[in-house]
Design a protein around this ligand. Structure first.
Ligand code: C2E
Ligand code: CA
Ligand code: CA
Ligand code: CA
Length: 275
């Protein structure tokens, strides 16, 4: 009876049917856009508070849509939830970031490290560590120029042992591991110790809510005592920055310094940045 009810709603609920159609249409458009090389990366600076210099950049995917302009991931999130497309977009992100790093290395641009976001789908093959190392070697980019950002949900979700094995190998090779969106999922302190995590990224939701100051402060203390650097994302104003600095936060990222920018703007940003 339960199944019958579900089938009926799929077949007869017009709003649901159109949501399904919209999703399929988006997935079709994304597939075509990948073929047409319309997915690009923007780069947002990460600032080191102690040295006041640019520590690196987070690579964030954008869709350079021929009619609608540059779209942010909220417009194509469904693609990241599709196993096949998520893998393809992951490939695009890695290749684009590595090609860009190669160009910056050749041009002497001091970009620090580039952080690439990884989705759950990319861990499925069980060969991600090898694939990443092969790509780095192919582009001649040293391992210590790369950070991978993995969300708490991915760490704690599907096949946690595959994820932990993969990040362990990458960490051993010199790739930095960042735990993204910390505090939004259900990672416990005990879980944290199972993974070689170099960076804890505090979600912007906490950073931007003054009522969460005690949480932010506690995370910074915790990270420090576990030997991790703590990065606060979503820093939009001077007050937030000063509070974070007072708590001993290591690195910050947010509109206060810069929005994500196209790669052409990175060399000028690095040269002109006075922390
Ligand atoms: P995220 O990894 O948590 O990235 C941080 C998001 O916060 C980015 O949104 C960034 O533009 C935004 N942000 C940075 N500073 C500020 C600020 O001061 N204020 C506000 N309001 N927002 C700020 P974006 O670029 O729209 O990306 C959204 C999400 O899409 C990312 O969240 C990440 O989960 C996902 N994503 C982006 N690129 C990739 C990718 O190449 N692969 C995968 N798997 N996911 C990606
Ligand atoms: Ca991220
Ligand atoms: Ca984040
Ligand atoms: Ca986030």
């Amino acid at each position: 009876a339960k199944d019958e009810g579900r089938n009926r709603s799929i077949l007869f609920d017009p709003s649901m049917r159109s949501a399904l159609e919209q999703r399929l249409e988006l997935l079709r458009d994304v597939r075509a856009a990948i073929e047409a090389d319309e997915f690009i990366l923007y780069y947002q600076p990460v600032i080191d508070l102690e040295s006041g210099s640019v520590a690196g950049f987070e690579a964030l995917m954008r869709w350079a849509h021929p009619e609608q302009g540059v779209l942010t991931p909220d417009r194509f999130m469904a693609a990241f939830e599709d196993q096949d497309l998520s893998l393809k977009l992951g490939d695009v992100a890695f290749e684009t970031a590595l090609k860009q790093m190669r160009a910056w290395l050749d041009a002497g641009v001091e970009f620090g490290r580039v952080a690439v976001n990884i989705s759950a789908a990319q861990f499925r093959s069980g060969r991600l560590a090898e694939e990443v190392q092969e790509r780095l070697a192919r582009w001649g980019v040293p391992c210590d120029r790369l950070t991978i950002e993995v969300t708490e949900t991915v760490y704690m979700g599907w096949a946690s042992d595959v994820v932990s094995d993969t990040v362990r190998k990458l960490h051993a090779a010199g790739v930095m591991i960042a735990l993204d969106d910390f505090g939004t999922g259900y990672a416990s302190l005990a879980n944290l110790r199972q993974f070689p995590i170099d960076r804890l990224k505090i979600d912007k939701g906490f950073v931007q809510n003054a009522e969460d100051a005690a949480i932010v402060k506690a995370v910074i203390t915790l990270g420090g005592s576990m030997g991790m650097k703590v990065v606060a994302e979503g820093v939009e104003d001077q007050d937030q920055l000063e509070a974070l600095a007072a708590y001993g936060c290591d690195q910050v990222q947010g509109y206060h310094f810069s929005r994500p920018m196209p790669p052409e703007r990175v060399p000028g940003f690095v040269d002109g940045f006075v922390g």
